[in-house]
Design a protein around this ligand. Structure first.
Ligand SMILES: [Ca+2]
Ligand SMILES: [Ca+2]
Length: 308
């Protein structure tokens, strides 16, 4: 009996000392929250944004249900084990929308910006951490994917959040305003004067171990679960290291995007062309040359290329 009580007391003391790690990722949850607050990006929404602001979603529901479009940001802090020496963690900031109301519109929209951070030790206080690289997702898993990254030093965003331009309606994220418009020419970034001030940043926890009722991260209604892995794989890191400025992480798609833009059939044209093209674009894969070839054929068919 005595031994049983001692085990419970030790367990309680351990929890209090550790501050709690309810998502089981080895990182103290209170520390995670401090990191989320410190490195939160400055989101520059566009004038005339048709879905107003990112939304807050109902907690403890299996499917995402927007409650209020109030600018809530969601975050995820994950240990990074990419092999490099030192203490590294990665943060994903999700701006989740009730609707993508741009061309090829759809309900529910998962968008994100990520950052890799280095600290002197794993236990170092929040103020001793520095951002190393930033990543911004833009039209992921479509032919128009222009996701990109940059060194935090170049962005002057080592000590706090990067400035991020969010395209109107589509909500693609861009680390420089100049890059907005690269994604098949369909994006518009006309930032309003003030950056979005999120009323709260909610930690979603880890895959399979949600925090704060974010059980909808696993919902099949939107592609959120697959965005919770690392954005800083070896290929991305070496690419960002080799470039002075911001760099695309999917260069293989650029010729195809040029084809779409060069043919004067921008995303605007494609978006109004009907479901066939929409589906060809959405289903196009980025991984292999074979998939690229298929995508090129799909777009080529639409543009009338190769039909003589
Ligand atoms: Ca944790
Ligand atoms: Ca979108």
């Amino acid at each position: 009996m005595y031994a049983g009580w001692m085990i419970i007391l030790f367990a309680l003391a351990g929890t209090l000392l550790a501050g709690g790690d309810a998502d089981g990722d080895g990182l103290d949850d209170a520390w995670e929250q401090q990191m989320l607050e410190r490195f939160a990006p400055r989101l520059m929404l566009s004038v005339g944004e048709c879905d107003v602001m990112p939304a807050r979603f109902a907690p403890d529901e299996a499917e995402p249900r927007p409650l209020e479009r109030d600018g809530t940001l969601y975050g995820q802090v994950l240990p990074w084990t990419g092999g490099e020496e030192g203490a590294l963690v990665e943060i994903h900031y999700y701006h989740l929308w009730a609707n993508d109301c741009g061309r090829l519109a759809h309900p529910l929209d998962v968008e994100r910006v990520s950052v890799l951070l280095r600290g002197p030790t794993k236990e170092a206080p929040v103020e001793e951490w520095r951002a190393v690289y930033w990543f911004a997702a833009a039209h992921e898993n479509t032919v128009c994917d222009v996701s990109h990254g940059a060194k935090a030093e170049w962005l002057k965003a080592e000590m706090g959040g990067a400035t991020v331009y969010v395209s109107r309606g589509k909500h693609a994220s861009f680390l420089t305003r100049q890059r907005c418009g690269n994604g098949c020419g369909g994006d518009i970034c006309q930032p309003v004067d003030n950056a979005l001030t999120p009323p709260r940043i909610i930690n979603v926890g880890a895959p399979g171990a949600p925090l704060n009722g974010a059980v909808w991260t696993a919902s099949k209604k939107w592609p959120m679960r697959e965005k919770m892995g690392t954005d800083f794989g070896p290929a991305v890191i070496s690419r960002l290291d080799s470039k002075k400025k911001a760099a695309s992480v999917n260069d293989g798609l650029i010729p195809l995007q040029s084809l779409v833009m060069g043919g004067e059939h921008t995303l605007r044209g494609l978006g109004t062309a009907g479901n066939h093209t929409d589906s060809s674009l959405q289903k196009a894969e980025k991984a292999t040359g074979n998939a690229l070839q298929k995508s090129a054929k799909a777009v080529g068919r639409f543009l009338g290329i190769g039909k003589k």
